[in-house]
Design a protein around this ligand. Structure first.
Ligand code: AVJ
Length: 335
């Protein structure tokens, strides 16, 4: 691991250098090639989150139509203290921490109860991770911070056993909704595997609700979600020397009621050929052909609790809002 920034109490490490060299030739762009040769064509959602993409996502969180962030924050505001009371002192590991804005509600609660603890934010966006870690260190003096730049998989594979009384891995914002059923299942298995007996897992899930509310949240009137979706192409241009013209694509988001998921697409406005030079990949698109960039699954609370339980992650308590739009499930690993 490469230590990029280090003080006694603040460290940022790269789980994998994000730009070229150290990445093996085999894995470099392989997921892009695979996704874009499938039918329908797909691009993995992690490619949303370069630094500009993460900034756009922060803007999405503030949109009037995008209820998940606000709703989850209100649940945390009400129950963070109770969560901290239940778990006691622990090492806090956050997957996909982004700006760590909502996390502050948890940190405040732990701060009040325990003074000293450790926070490990993990994110693919180095810029936003670094900025928020520095800011957090200023605001929470006694907090020990170890940030990891990398994917969930890398982080979960490389997590060391904790020296703290317990660990709580948390995954907020319903980002778990991006996973297919299979990936979701494997992910929960992995969480369970890296958790010791008695460790905690806090999971935020967006619950099923009427189509009109959901579609509005992913088709905001200011066009921020559209810009976020299109930015993925700018990211690929940059990363793989591509020539996507963002003006030739249109953002689409629909709620698939059968699958209970939002599906986000980039629709090709014309027949076009694209070339990603650094991975020598040619892409042919028909007029109105759609590339799937994200699924955002909407969950059934009871079903999710059972799935967690089946992975030895026993739901201890569920926290939700008055509309039951969003839920936080606190689980404990029982081995
Ligand atoms: C960060 C994956 C939870 O699915 O709602 C927001 C991403 N995409 N608007 C979501 C997103 C479009 C978001 N997650």
């Amino acid at each position: 691991m490469l230590t990029q920034l280090q003080t006694e109490q603040l460290r940022i490490e790269y789980l994998q250098p994000l730009e070229t060299k150290k990445e093996s030739k085999d894995s470099w762009g392989q997921d892009i090639k695979e996704g874009l040769t499938q039918c329908p064509k797909k691009i993995p959602s992690k490619y949303f989150y370069d630094d500009p993409g993460s900034q756009l996502f922060e803007q999405i969180c503030e949109l009037p139509e995008y209820y998940p962030t606000r709703t989850e924050a209100s649940i945390l505001r009400e129950y963070a203290e109770e969560i901290a009371e239940i778990t006691g002192t622990c090492e806090l590991v956050e997957l996909g921490s982004g700006s760590s804005t909502k996390t502050r509600l948890l940190l405040d609660a732990y701060h009040q109860q325990n003074e000293l603890f450790k926070y490990m934010p993990i994110d693919v966006s180095a810029g936003i991770l670094r900025e928020s870690a520095i800011q957090l260190k200023q605001d929470y003096n006694s907090l020990q911070i170890q940030g990891l730049v990398g994917t969930y998989d890398q982080a979960l594979t490389q997590l060391q056993p904790t020296s703290w009384p317990a660990r709580m891995i948390f995954f907020l914002g319903s980002s778990i909704g991006n996973f297919s059923e299979t990936d979701y299942d494997n992910f929960l298995g992995k969480i369970s595997e890296v958790s010791g007996n008695g460790d905690y897992f806090l999971l935020g899930i967006d619950l099923q609700k009427p189509k009109s509310i959901l579609e509005a949240a992913y088709n905001d009137s200011q066009g921020v979600t559209a810009a976020f979706n299109l930015n993925m192409l700018a990211h690929l241009n940059h990363k793989f020397q591509g020539n996507f013209d963002l003006n030739h694509f249109k953002h689409q988001a629909i709620y698939n009621e059968e699958e209970k998921q939002i599906e986000m697409y980039l629709s090709s406005e014309e027949a076009q050929n694209i070339y990603l030079k650094s991975i020598d990949f040619k892409l042919e698109l028909k007029k109105e052909e759609k590339i799937l960039t994200e699924i955002s699954r909407k969950f059934d609370l009871e079903k999710t609790k059972h799935q967690l339980e089946s992975k030895q992650l026993k739901p201890v308590k569920v926290f939700t809002d008055k509309n039951k739009w969003f839920a936080l499930i606190l689980c404990q690993a029982v081995k």
